[in-house]
Design a protein. Sequence first.
Lengths: 618, 167
Amino acid sequence: MADRITGSQALVRSLEHVGVDVVFGIPGGAVLPVYDPILDSPIRHILVRHEQGAGHMAQGYYWATGRPGVALVTSGPGVTNILTPITDAFMDSVPIVVIAGQVARAAIGSDAFQEAPTFNMTMPVTKHNFVIMDAAEIPEVIAQAFHIATTGRPGPVYVDLPKDVGVEEMDWWWPEDPGANLPGYKPNVRPHAGQVKKAVELITAAQRPVVYAGGGILKARAAEALRDFCEKTGIHAVTTLMARGALSDEHPLCLGMPGMHGSYTAVTSMQKSDLLIALGSRFDDRVTGRVADFAPHAKVVHVDIDPAELSKVRAADVPIVADCRLAIEALIKEFDKQERRREERGDAPVDRSAWNAQIDAWRSAYPYKYVAGDRPDVVKPQYVLERLNAAAPDAIVTAGVGQHQMFASQWWRFREPYHWINSGGLGTMGFAVPAAVGAQVGAPDKVVWCVDGDGCFQMTMQELITASVEGIPVKVAILNNGYLGMVRQWQDLFYDERHSEIYLSQDVPDYVGLAEAMGCAGFRVDTVDEVDSVIAKAMAITDRPVVVDFRIDPAEHVYPMVPAGKSNDGVILGPAFGQPEHQMAGDGAAPMTSGGEGEVEPPPEHPDGHMTLDKGGF
Amino acid sequence: MQRRRLKTLSVLVENQPGVLARIAGLIARRGFNIESLAVGPTDDPIFSRMTLVVDESQVHVEQIVKQLYKLINVIKITEFEPDDSVERELMLVSVRATPEKRFQVIELAEIYGGRIADVGADSICLELSGPPGDLDDLLDLLEPHGVSEVARTGRVALERARKATVL
């Protein structure tokens, strides 16, 4: 006998069928029919305070669990509010499924109340989107939505559900194969054997190879395979902003983050390499600097599941379309085979001792470094992160966008994958608090530290109310410098210290009072000697969210730095290496000249530079 | 200016709501310039065919193709060089033609195999389908008579059939 249920019941049942256990959302008129059967479902619903929060929570949930995050919102403004997280997820290839109510079918296109062309609006920022015009389609659309979001290159999928379709009855059914009616969607996941062979030939012959590990490694759950590959081949790896923790920072072959604010060794080893093995990375402009000058002597092996990424920015000598894990495993197997043949021939392996010595020399000469404050009330953000990391080495860390994000990525020692959650491609301020809430929901037994800037915090802090009410005990470290710090850094360096609209105030809002008003514990740190004790207090609170207002030095800049659009040969190491904070407007940055292998190059000189010191608090 | 190198992309798509918007949106979003776009049904009602013409000297065709393939509703893309394909376009052109000039205009149309679609007191509407170059040529010849309006479909194309191999 037919199982006759409403479209809304079918939607909720479909979500249960694909294994959804949590939905982040907030109801409204057009999505009311869906909220009724949620009452009868085992799915946990987290009631957010703003739709943007729901989207970022879904992203955070994905990172912490590996399962797609789900958001449920109403039509019109509900969807426009969640466009930012959808776009963020699209840029960072994060599988989320966003389901929205829509006005009734007959009212679509009539400028009805809370009607917006949300199907059109989400089209360019989703991997795919659907509008359901018949309740009978609901199970298949939901199955397809999760299939598309989580396979191939992952990404956000949007589903538009008109209100009357949710009310209409249908005969329940469930599709056996979600891909059966998607004739245009067949992601290639298996690497081409011939390409793998060519890649390994380059790898075994390379004198100065570097693995350029990107976020695709994590999407493919390939961190173990990456470690095996590096250990087997003895090749060092850089881990991009999206791949921090893909190889442990404690691993001797890990060189840390490349790019604009990456470690000197990560940036320079890529510049000097003769082979880049790009695994799930996409030659983003923040990594390459000026593309024409990027790793000029390197051949490129590029593995990506998205063929459109291959040779998009940098021509690949050996492109491989594949899932990263399958590709790395195939590379390892082929490497073993070619090594056996080499041994049978009695040939010596390529000698990389000079290159490895050069890398070690760079590492010991140019680690991340900062100038400690000369007064107890000058708290450096790097110091805060060192102490947080020491207190909670296994925490999941989320970050927003800006200086605090770069400090966190640089100074946290990520020992495991999936412990670093941030907005890379879109650079969404306000990402950190809701992402932390989502991560904590997905990983209730982990400590989750949200490292945020004061500017970012003010964009989405109201989700701490959600966290308090729902009993989600995230911890927030506000690196409060009273400024839009990264914008200030650029105005300091490139706009002659002309500070335009960047001052926020360290004192307003009163973050401790604000935290308490939102049901969280609140602390404030003004001096260096309070850092550890307040962190200990925050760690001891597990029954509600905690906010710590770290009053940090507003004058601190993020170094190393490669100015935007400049060559990665011109890494500026900053004042910790005796380089004055250079006035870089115009053609300031002196290019770094390359020395012979095996010797440490001196840091670049900036003869005309002058110190830009903060004039004190406002 | 670089010489134009036109390339035809024949894109087989699922006949789903919004599929034209997806393709047009992608082209606009990625900044790809297209010369023409024609859309129509195929023999199978679940598929449509879109024929795009791009100028290879202006756009990176490989990126267009790869980006189009990322659309879930795109089934297959075939790239044609003009020599490998049969390409046709339909044009309607309205030309000022008083009764005494009318036969000159009709003569030009007949040279190209065109037809008279409509005749008015002082104008004539011609219909021509054929290789896009023929349409351009006829238009050039009609220009001195005074062309008042032109509507063209954009080209459609199919791959040329394989010829028997002579050994």
